[in-house]
Design a binder for this molecule. Structure first.
Ligand code: GTP
Ligand code: MG
Length: 205
């Protein structure tokens, strides 16, 4: 897929104010600072589309973008941000979980995992929650340019093995770098493929 247009639509903290769910939607989520915004900018080829920062916790809202006037891309706030209060964290949980559970046009959740690290409990717990709720997700390992491919592959394998304790099958995986653009085309191709199967939820409503 070629990204011809990528436009920011809106930022939200309220699930009932989201855009009409008439296009297929893909959400990007992961630990704070994992590289979500960088990946979104690299995928769309638009440097300033999603705000990036060296300070974790930059993205605090549900940010909707429309790509090629054909599908929604969503940048979600990062989880596991240590520098925030318990109250903030539980608010995050409530509104993100509500969004993920209620968004009728959500086709796939891309869970971003930092490929530099061994499997982290917070990521595994989140994947398990998605599995329990029957939400479709895929794994995107980020920042592959930061270490050798052997190291990245080891961490991907470890994550896969950890998930196999709970799952019969491990979801599709992508090893990526926003710097080198490694692994980005396969993600766009996957989205393209899913888009062909999309039927808008109850259009008469
Ligand atoms: P929050 O919105 O704060 O949760 O962060 P985020 O997950 O959106 O991360 P962001 O894209 O802002 O990136 C965090 C830091 O990691 C920035 O300094 C990026 O430049 C860096 N980074 C992100 N992706 C890559 C990558 O593929 N390679 C390298 N080398 N650095 C990356
Ligand atoms: Mg961000």
């Amino acid at each position: 897929m070629l990204v011809k247009t990528a436009e920011f639509i809106c930022s939200n903290t309220q699930v009932d104010k989201l855009p009409t769910p008439n296009l297929p939607e893909y959400a990007f989520i992961g630990r704070s600072n994992v590289g979500k915004s960088s990946l979104i900018n690299a995928l769309t080829g638009r440097k300033g589309l999603a705000k990036t920062s060296q300070k974790p916790g930059k993205t605090q809202l549900i940010n909707h973008f429309v790509i090629n006037n054909n599908w929604y891309l969503v940048d979600l706030p990062g989880y596991g941000y240590a520098q925030t209060s318990k109250k903030n964290r539980s608010d995050w949980e409530k509104f993100i979980r509500k969004y993920l559970l209620s968004r009728a046009n959500l086709q796939c959740i891309f869970v971003l995992i930092d490929s530099r690290h061994e499997p982290q409990k917070i990521d595994l717990d989140f994947c398990c929650w998605l599995g329990e709720k029957g939400l479709p997700f895929m794994l995107v390992f980020t920042k592959a340019d930061k270490q050798s491919s052997v190291k990245s592959d080891q961490n991907v394998s470890k994550f896969k093995r950890a998930l196999l304790k709970w799952f019969e099958e491990v979801p599709q995986r992508f090893l990526t770098s926003a710097e080198t653009r490694m692994g980005l085309l396969p993600i766009l191709e996957t989205i393209d493929q899913i888009n062909t199967t999309f039927i808008a939820p109850s259009e008469e409503n």
